[in-house]
Ligand binder design. Structure first.
Ligand code: ADQ
Length: 466
């Protein structure tokens, strides 16, 4: 069996499940299969100059560490490289554009140069660690050119790529000055995976229209003298692990505390990174609509919104924070009573072990991103429910998860009144309907869980084109 080599921007401390979806998903699969995980250590060399990378002696060395069955191999970045590659191109160009937010993108040409330079360095550092039959699995938008850089160094391994965020439609993609180069880079992989059919379709439209790729059937395309296969692999969660977490002492304590605290109230919950793609201000506005148009919820419904700090060095993230402070403050100011606050907004990280209890005690989860690759919180909420008396999921149709979770109440998060109506429907849904919907949702997330996802991606990567 070939060794698995995972490459992602960050490797995580596998002993501590982190807040990012990628870290959670990969940590689980790598621990099971063993192998190598390569990425940035998270350390920044303050006095380093990006130009020094031309001189091999000034480059950061690779540090290795063994955690269980996994070898972690990490490199540091200079401040200049970190700012151009990570803050700049990854989070100020690719993240907004891939989430359809051209208005937030900052197309500074220095970002593209830094992005390319760091991908070259990743390739140079990784290449000596590879064995000929390793399967290489590259993750996410930070590393789109990595396979082409590895190929330039002579790498013949099978290399797969998974995009955790949405793939935008061709005309939005075309706003990125380097869009052709990015898409050509994808052809250096053997397999390119997307979260949803919608993303896959955008890729197919782009390569056929803009790159004149020829479709060979079964997801294979040829262009630029290479053959790549593209397919959708909706990422899942470890349903059993999440349910076990709900049954631990911490899980039960959290559930009991929340249930006692909110015994007279209907609890709604939202758990996200504080990111403009998650639709948090729209959600607060929809909740305000709920209180206005369905007054029976006043003094009764409470929304706990956890929004963990994220990418605070990027300007747009400061804006969303200020917006949330003001919107939540206004709802509480306008509707709050001495003994009831409508919104409890928590701008902090919450330990993963607390989430199942919180989800289980909630009547409704609001997962209403404006655009999201998948959204694992939606699946975790379903996994945590009491099957006898399950809570309902209100889910944005613009989350990748909406393709699978059609038994949730699907909403357009831009439509505050429509969303408020769906929340009201969720709060008042008869037990029988809740149970039926939950049974079907749970079946879906069990069938396509994290183990299914890993196995399907790797099995497909192993298949050679005939
Ligand atoms: P994220 O944008 O980080 O991930 P998501 O899938 O919702 O989004 O969440 C990832 C994980 O982080 C979940 O396990 C969740 O419980 C946890 N988490 C989120 N907010 C938290 C908080 N405030 N406190 C504690 N834990 C929190 C990216 C893409 C997604 C895609 C994933 C996986 O943007 O679309 O689903 O990768 O591919």
């Amino acid at each position: 069996m070939p060794r698995l080599v995972v490459v992602s921007n960050r490797t995580a401390d596998l002993r501590k499940p982190a807040a990012g979806g990628l870290a959670v998903a990969l940590g689980e699969s790598l621990q099971q299969m063993g192998g190598l995980w390569f990425g940035w250590s998270g350390k920044i060399i303050e006095n380093g100059e990006a130009a020094h990378y031309e001189d091999d002696t000034a480059e950061s060395g690779v540090e290795t560490q063994r955690v269980g069955k996994v070898t972690l191999a990490t490199i540091d970045l200079t401040r200049a490289d970190h700012d151009a590659y990570y803050l700049g191109y990854s989070n100020d160009v690719l993240w907004p554009v891939f989430h359809y937010r051209l208005d937030l993108a900052n197309f500074d040409v220095r970002f593209a140069t830094g992005y390319k330079r760091v991908n070259q360095m990743f390739a140079r550092k990784l290449m000596p660690l590879l064995k000929p039959d390793d399967l290489v699995w590259v993750h996410d938008y930070h590393l789109i050119p990595l396979a082409s850089e590895l190929r330039a160094l002579g790498c013949k391994n099978r290399i797969g790529f998974f995009l955790h965020i949405p793939m935008p439609p061709p005309l939005i993609m075309a706003a990125i000055p380097e869009h052709e180069w990015l898409m050509r880079s994808l052809f250096a992989f053997d397999l390119v995976g997307f979260q949803s059919q919608a993303d896959l379709l955008h890729f197919c439209h782009y390569v056929e229209a803009e790159a004149h790729a020829k479709a060979l059937g079964d997801g294979y395309f040829t262009a630029f003298d290479r053959v790549v296969r593209a397919a959708a692999f909706p990422i899942g969660i470890d349903v059993d692990e999440f349910q076990r977490l709900a049954q631990t002492k911490d899980g039960i304590d959290m559930f009991n505390r929340m249930r006692d605290e909110y015994s007279r109230r209907k609890l709604l919950v939202g758990v996200d990174r504080l990111d403009y793609s998650k639709g948090l201000p729209h959600r607060i506005n929809a909740f305000r609509e709920l209180l206005e148009h369905y007054p029976e919820n006043r003094k009764s419904a409470t929304l706990i919104q956890i929004a963990s700090p994220s990418r605070e060095d990027v300007e747009a993230y400061g804006d969303i924070r200020r917006q949330m402070d003001s919107l939540c403050g206004a709802v509480n100011g306008d509707f709050g009573e001495l003994d009831w606050m409508p919104v409890r907004y928590i701008h902090r990280n919450v330990a993963r072990k607390r989430l199942p209890g919180l989800f289980r005690a909630s009547r409704v989860a609001l997962v209403t991103p404006l655009r999201d690759g998948m959204n694992l919180v939606a699946k975790e909420f379903i996994a945590a429910q009491d099957e006898e008396d399950p809570g309902m999921l209100v889910l944005s149709r613009f989350a990748g998860a909406a393709e699978q979770l059609t038994d949730a109440l699907l909403v357009n998060p831009y439509d505050a009144q429509g969303t408020a109506h769906a929340i009201q429907k969720a709060l008042t849904m008869p037990l029988n309907e809740r149970r039926n919907r939950h049974t079907r949702l749970l079946k879906k997330i069990r069938e396509q869980d994290i183990h299914w996802w890993t196995a399907r991606f790797l099995d497909t990567l192993r298949e050679e084109h005939q």
